[in-house]
Design a protein around this ligand. Structure first.
Ligand code: ADP
Ligand code: MG
Length: 583
């Protein structure tokens, strides 16, 4: 558009109102939905691209001079969608645009850089400053947050796919592991665990503690009641309460028995051993027990004592039922069914299927040689090479155990914080603050009440509610904030809201802002990749910022289809693929 033909008469965050002065220049070209380019007022080389939302004829009620009747002035409203700027003599289009800068007026001053710096940093002490972004309106201004306030309460990073969440996670954490007091070399004391569902972060943290489905160590005996039920019990089965009660009883008794036998480790008093005490139990003995309960015959005339095929009277079910599968046979008419005879056919089938499923080997192999200490060190990066960051690549973990895997790890890291505090002096809460980052958090802590999410939801909600006291905080990353459990979000104090296109999600973020600033969320749909609205206790005013680009980028999850398709036909090694499949 040529600037003599139009006049900008109003600008809001994402709408520019333009009066068309000489409509003859545009006849036939304007339609609702047409794209137009508008030059920045002080800069005729760069443009903003917008789409016409509506138009009206100006001053329809005022007397119209004869000469203009045939060519009325139009006022059009244009929604901004992107910028069209010249870089190295080439125009580039980028999504997102932020209104049109006005030339400064006399008497009114635009804040200068010093003012901005002062506003952002006046309330933060130097040693608490933590910086990972610049102000969008003025790229020279660094925007610090209060690092203590940012990390010691839970934070959330939300935005549609491609808005830059993963890059932001990488930037923020790379910065955190770099921060150091003077006077020492080597690692700082940051402790970060990333639950990486797409396998993106090994690339962003090349020297970190990398855990994946091939090397993860999760012994089944560490699962708690929710997790074990999730794994073994079909909750919609008619007699599932019997399954639960017998299973719990067997596991508790087996833990007591195993702890007595165990010479190396310190013993837990027998009356303090419960179903959830993190002690070892033997899954094969539990299966024996359930099979025996399913088969047993008892003598109705003799105190209901179970009696085997050989006539042996089994006075003490425990530990006999653990040791082996006993054969029962109706050797005389006094023998009748026990309380659960025949009830557990399907339960046994499921127990055995899971026990022997090669994809779940990592739960059972080596389980007995691992100690609780080994497991904690594994997830906290206390290995031969200590690491600030542990990346748990969950992409290879079978779907059916994903929720309980996340649940178990989250839970034991929370309990680590809890018991660690207990051994510290009264006035110290924590020596090693821990941050747990959940990518695609709506997959583990959704609003949904479905049983399959129960374990991970309980574990993470508990950290949301109580974790701070023990130095365990959450970083929640999600493209669907409106689908995340309310409990989690209500506990987050800092938000990095990136481009959000879904109105439900925008409203969700809007509710977090004070009324006077609520319409800052109008920006959300027009933000460019890497741009964000920073809100929360750690920053003096909610601000629109551009997040720094990470030093090492997370891996892109996009497969370059066309690039790959353009290459020459590739031969496929089907044998290796199917071998992997069957492993
Ligand atoms: N701070 C940034 N500055 C510039 N570009 C960015 C920034 N963050 C992300 N991007 C670009 O946006 C794209 C999507 O980023 P990504 O982090 O994968 O988004 P998400 O995790 O939200 O899907 C990346 O290809 C990246 O190049
Ligand atoms: Mg991502």
């Amino acid at each position: 558009m040529n600037s003599e033909n139009f006049k900008i008469v109003g600008v809001t965050r994402n709408i520019v109102t333009i009066e068309i002065l000489d409509s003859t220049q545009f006849t036939g070209q304007f339609n609702i939905g047409s794209y137009i380019k508008i030059p920045y007022q002080c800069d005729s080389e760069n443009y903003i691209i917008g789409i016409i939302k509506n138009y009206r004829i100006k001053n329809i009620d005022s007397p119209i001079p004869e000469s203009t009747i045939s060519q009325p002035n139009f006022v059009i409203e244009v929604e901004l969608i992107g910028s069209y700027k010249k870089y190295d003599n080439k125009y580039l289009f980028e999504r997102g645009a932020h209104g049109i800068p006005l030339p400064p007026n006399n008497g009114i001053e635009i804040l200068n850089d010093d003012d901005y710096c002062n506003i952002y940093s006046c309330k933060i002490e130097d040693k608490e400053m933590f910086t990972f972004s610049n102000l969008i309106q003025d790229e020279n201004i660094r925007v610090p947050v209060n690092g203590n306030k940012f990390f010691n309460k839970h934070f959330a990073i939300v935005g549609s796919t491609g808005s830059g969440k993963s890059h932001t996670v990488a930037t923020v954490l790379q910065q955190a592991i770099k921060e150091k007091n003077v006077g020492y070399d080597g690692l700082n004391n940051s402790h970060i665990v990333i639950f990486d569902i797409h396998g993106e972060y090994v690339k962003a943290f090349p020297i970190a503690n990398h855990i994946n489905s091939n090397n993860i160590k999760i012994p089944y005996w560490l699962f708690d009641s929710d997790e074990l039920s999730d794994l073994f019990i079909e909750s919609n089965e008619q007699n599932s309460h019997n399954q639960v009660s017998q299973f719990r009883y067997a596991v508790t008794e087996n833990k007591k028995k195993e702890d007595l036998l165990n010479k190396a480790e310190s013993k837990t008093p027998q009356d303090r051993i419960y179903f959830d005490t993190p002690l070892k139990f033997n899954i094969d003995e539990i299966i024996n027990y359930i099979k025996n309960m399913n088969n047993e015959l008892i003598n109705k005339k003799k105190n209901r004592i179970p009696t085997s095929k050989t006539g042996e009277e089994i006075l003490n079910r425990i530990p006999k039922y653990f040791e082996q599968v006993i054969e029962f046979d109706k050797i005389n008419s006094d023998l009748v069914n026990g309380p659960f005879t025949g009830d557990f056919e399907r339960f046994i089938l499921r127990l055995e299927t899971i026990r022997n499923n090669p994809r779940l080997k990592f739960l059972f192999d080596d389980a007995y040689t691992l100690s609780l200490e080994d497991i904690l060190k594994q997830f906290l990066g206390y290995n031969s090479n200590n690491s600030n960051v542990t990346v748990i690549d969950l992409s290879g973990i079978p779907f059916e155990v994903l929720s309980i895997t996340v649940s178990l790890i989250s839970r034991i890291l929370f309990e680590f914080g809890y018991y660690y505090k207990k051994i510290l002096a009264e006035n110290i809460d924590c020596e090693t603050p821990l941050l747990l980052v959940y990518e695609e958090a709506h997959k583990y802590v959704p609003r949904s009440e479905l049983v399959k999410y129960r374990a991970s939801k309980n574990a993470i909600e508990r950290i949301a509610k109580e974790g701070r006291k023990y130095g365990v905080t959450l970083g929640i990353v999600s493209q669907r904030p409106s689908e995340i459990s309310e409990t989690i979000f209500s506990q987050c104090n800092n938000f990095i809201a990136m481009r959000l296109t879904n109105p439900d999600d925008q409203n969700y973020v809007k509710r977090l802002l004070p009324d006077s600033l609520g319409d800052l969320t109008d920006y959300l749909p027009t933000l460019q990749a890497g741009e964000a609205l920073l809100i929360g206790e750690s920053i003096i005013i909610p601000s629109l910022v551009k997040i720094d680009f990470p030093v090492n980028e997370p891996k892109s999850t996009d497969i370059k289809y066309l690039d790959l398709w353009k290459e020459q036909w590739k031969n496929v090694n089907f044998e290796n693929i199917t071998k992997e499949w069957k492993k």
